[in-house]
Ligand binder design. Structure first.
Ligand SMILES: NC(=O)C1=CN([C@@H]2O[C@H](COP(=O)(O)OP(=O)(O)OC[C@H]3O[C@@H](n4cnc5c(N)ncnc54)[C@H](O)[C@@H]3O)[C@@H](O)[C@H]2O)C=CC1
Ligand SMILES: O=C(O)[C@@H]1CCC=N1
Length: 264
């Protein structure tokens, strides 16, 4: 399957890297376009893909086209490629807030569309991607696309109405997790630990905790209870986090995130 990317930034490079490393599609069957030449040239050097500054070249040469531009450029790019894409081409979108219906209207004709929401951990093969599609995409095509997306992490099929929740819980959440890791490292530095070492301790603890949730299948509350000894150190920290509205801050942040999706 020939794969094209329109927009060759962070997400496109992360997705291509995983797909090529997983031998899902060879680099010489992948083409990417971008308005910024240095970024294209760097990607060609790193991944060995074909590059072009002409979005139409991607549109006519790809069976699968990923729209990996920022949401504000969707309109201009869709106008450019809508007249020339073939009937069986599958469009993959990765933008928040762009519904299947919006996109069908923008294309102004019957087009196969798979709406997805990946995240930047795709760069290290640990992405979390949600996907759904319009009626024109056959089940077999969905499976093929899913297989390709699995090249850079885990993939779940979801009903479209949860896509804003997906943006809040996985598309955007790496930013909050990085803030948490940074804060953990700051806390360790405050207690006298060296900065570089603090970052390793913080990140490895987050990685290990996430793995415990996925591998033990225990409820996070149960895992938290296993750390809190009676009259111990952890419960003191938990009390302070509760006093400072830790959970409420996270939930409210996600609510703002989902609201922004609806406005896009
Ligand atoms: N960064 C993230 O964590 C995530 C981003 N997304 C979505 O992925 C999409 C891309 O985001 P990023 O890769 O972060 O952005 P980015 O800014 O790194 O990449 C976008 C690229 O598009 C290029 N571009 C702009 N206008 C163009 C045009 N008319 N034709 C061709 N190329 C053009 C830019 O030069 C840039 O290289 C966005 O829709 C974003 O919402 C989705 C999930 C996570
Ligand atoms: O901040 C954004 O709009 C994009 C979508 C998900 C992650 N980054």
């Amino acid at each position: 399957m020939k794969l094209g990317f329109i927009g060759c930034g962070n997400m496109a490079q992360a997705m291509m890297g995983g797909i090529i490393a997983g031998n899902l599609i060879p680099a010489d069957e992948i083409i990417a376009s971008d308005g910024y030449k240095p970024s294209l040239e760097k990607t060609k050097e790193n991944l060995g893909i074909h590059i072009t500054m002409d979005n139409k070249e991607v549109a006519v040469n790809s069976e699968l086209i990923v729209l990996s531009i920022k949401p504000q450029f969707y309109d201009v790019v869709i106008k450019e490629i809508a007249p020339i894409i073939k009937e069986d081409t599958i469009i993959i979108t990765i933008a928040p807030g762009k519904t299947l219906e919006d996109l069908e209207n923008q294309f102004g004709k019957k087009v196969k569309i798979v709406r997805t929401m990946p995240n930047t951990p795709a760069m290290v093969g640990e992405g979390m991607t949600a996907m759904c599609a319009n009626d024109l995409v056959a089940e077999k095509e969905m499976k093929e696309v899913k297989g390709i997306l699995e090249g850079f992490g885990r993939v779940e099929m979801v009903p479209e109405y949860v896509m804003d929740a997906v943006v809040a819980v996985s598309g955007s959440s790496p930013a909050y997790v990085f803030m948490f890791i940074e804060a953990l490292a700051d806390g360790a530095v405050l207690q006298g630990m060296d900065r570089a070492q603090a970052r390793i301790f913080a990140a490895q603890s987050v990685l290990g905790s996430a793995k415990m949730v996925l591998e033990t299948k225990l409820h996070p509350a149960e895992l938290k209870d296993m750390v809190c000894s009676p009259a111990g150190t952890t419960i003191e920290a938990v009390k302070t986090l509760e006093d400072r509205g830790f959970r409420s801050a996270v939930i409210q942040a996600m609510d703002s995130c989902a609201k922004r999706c609806k406005d896009m």
